[in-house]
Design a protein around this ligand. Structure first.
Ligand SMILES: NC(=O)c1ccc[n+]([C@@H]2O[C@H](COP(=O)([O-])OP(=O)(O)OC[C@H]3O[C@@H](n4cnc5c(N)ncnc54)[C@H](O)[C@@H]3O)[C@@H](O)[C@H]2O)c1
Length: 326
């Protein structure tokens, strides 16, 4: 197939591109490298891979979409403003990137009858206390003047847009990722607590836990997230559906910090700091974020199985390798 991947130089996107090229597809990537990195695709680009075309451009530039989309069979739409820190820092950029960008991608895909898989997020559920989160469950959000909720809202608008285009005949499937981790996580850790803890552990610094650390997440390995995404694109029963893509295994941030110290062999300590200190006044976090995985099992025949500890070891091996190269 000829496949467009928006955000293909990003963390999840580049792993997806690896998979698609390995499977023998022709791939075009559109990425402005605002948070992604061209190096994420270097193993293909340096070898001048004939089936990968990299367009360093914004999806907000319609001329780029207009030239790339017509010849595609499928589009994975992953480009987005990602990461709580980025969203809080520049909410306008985040809102417009996510809503305008997705509308343009869907509009061009619909015009050329290109199937779309949209990357949504567990943030959709906000502060809902109906655990585990079911795809048809409620969304509970804080007030609009708290910037972090704009990420959830922008992705929800994107999902609405997907359904609106589906009503007009577009083939579309939506995956809601839950805290994906693995190799190529941005070491600065702009959005990932795992990336931040690993960097702190390797630098021998204390691991800074925000709040009391009893908040929990379900960490999902990127290789498994990619597998679910590919299934959502290829299985007909996924069309018109939203599916949680997340591990069923829940970990508190305190436990994560202890596991990172253990796996890395770091002698470092764990320090708790307030959300205000970490993000400025008015930040709101979600206490638990746990997916109901039954729809993913039923629809995609998929379940996350890679354990956190195993994924952390692999990520650590990558960090140490990069570190040793200077
Ligand atoms: N990583 C997670 O745990 C997670 C969880 C939930 C949802 N998601 C979603 O998965 C997708 C991929 O996220 P990721 O973790 O790989 O983050 P990422 O930041 O590595 O990937 C996003 C990519 O989009 C690109 N991008 C941003 N604005 C763009 C624009 N205007 N034009 C072209 N490219 C642009 C960035 O440069 C980056 O490469 C995103 O849509 C994100 O919302 C990720």
């Amino acid at each position: 197939m000829r496949i467009l991947v928006t955000g293909g130089a990003g963390f999840i996107g580049s792993h997806l591109v690896d998979r698609l090229l390995t499977d023998g597809h022709d791939v075009v990537v559109i990425d402005d490298c605002s948070t992604g990195r061209e190096e994420n695709l270097s193993r293909w680009l340096e070898a001048g891979h004939p089936r990968l075309r990299f367009l360093r451009a914004s999806m907000l530039d319609e001329t780029v979409l207009a030239s790339a989309m017509p010849s595609m069979d499928l589009c994975y739409h992953l480009a987005a403003a990602v990461g709580v820190a980025h969203v809080v820092e520049d909410p306008l950029w985040a809102i417009l990137t996510n809503t305008r960008g997705t509308e343009l991608v869907l509009q061009h895909a619909a015009a050329h009858k290109v199937r779309v898989v949209f990357a949504s997020t567990s943030e959709i559920y906000g502060e809902s206390d109906q655990i585990p989160f079911r795809e048809d469950g409620p969304r509970v959000l804080g007030p609009t003047w708290i910037a972090r909720w704009s990420y959830s809202s922008s992705k929800a608008v994107d999902e609405h847009l997907c359904f609106a285009y589906a009503q007009r005949g577009l083939d579309v499937a939506i995956v809601r990722y839950f805290n994906v981790f693995g190799r190529r996580l941005d070491p600065k850790g702009y959005g990932s607590v795992i990336a931040r803890f690993l960097s702190q552990a390797l630098a021998g610094q204390p691991l800074t836990v925000h709040g009391d650390g009893k908040q929990s997440r379900c960490f999902t390995h990127v290789s498994e997230a990619v597998e679910a995404t590919v299934r959502a694109a290829t299985l007909p029963q996924a069309l018109g559906e939203v599916v949680n893509v997340g591990s069923a295994f829940e970990t508190t941030i305190n436990d994560l910090a202890r596991t990172v110290l253990d796996v890395s062999g770091s002698q470092g300590s764990i320090e708790h700091i307030s959300y205000d200190e970490a993000y400025g006044k008015g930040f709101a976090d979600t206490r638990r974020r746990v997916p109901d995985v039954s729809k993913a099992e039923r629809l995609l025949g998929w379940r996350a199985e890679i354990e956190l500890r195993e994924g952390l070891r692999d990520l650590l091996a990558e960090r140490r390798h990069v570190g040793s190269e200077g």
